[in-house]
Design a protein around this ligand. Structure first.
Ligand SMILES: [Zn+2]
Length: 163
């Protein structure tokens, strides 16, 4: 396993629509392992492959106190409600902003072994699922902030959860 460097906006890889994974092979499993190690190294809650420069539909999420979730080709199949959340992104360091996210989402994906999985997330997990799937479509949370002046600078000592 290895920690891979995080790509920061405006790196074009963050704006590409990531490609679907067609074969879950050793290279994908290594990518997943590296992404988990990288996410933990930066104390992130989630990480999408484009954030380490790989334009493939792969994401990992680890909510504090929860298990690591590996998502290959994830898709939101159902979502409900709307709530305002404070969000930040590892690829947009130093900022946070209020945006609207769903109250809960249902996602289908494949896991690291290629098994079909479905999961339902609420609160931070729903937010992380939407944030990481956005990354796979080349969307950053800053696109969802009402106006650029709604983006706030983070104080250096704050430990905002990074996605
Ligand atoms: Zn992010």
């Amino acid at each position: 396993m290895a920690v891979r460097p995080i790509r920061f906006a405006p790196d074009p890889v963050l704006r590409q629509k990531a490609k679907r994974v067609t074969r879950i092979d050793g290279a994908i499993q290594r990518l997943v392992d590296d992404m988990i190690e990288t996410m933990r190294a930066v104390s992130g809650v989630g990480l999408a492959a484009p954030q380490v420069g790989v334009p493939l539909r792969v994401a990992v999420i680890e909510i504090p106190g929860g298990e690591v979730i590996v998502l290959i080709n994830p898709e939101v199949i159902k979502k409900e409600g709307e709530r305002v959340v404070e969000e930040a992104c590892l690829s947009v360091p130093g900022y946070k902003g209020d945006i609207k996210r769903s109250v809960w989402v249902k996602v289908k994906a494949r896991d690291k072994r290629g098994k079909n999985i479905r999961l339902k997330g609420e609160e931070l997990l729903a937010q992380a699922l939407e944030h990481e799937i956005d990354h796979l479509d080349g969307t950053l949370y800053i696109d969802r902030v009402e106006s650029p002046d709604k983006l706030q600078k983070l104080l250096p000592e704050s430990n905002q959860e990074g996605l």
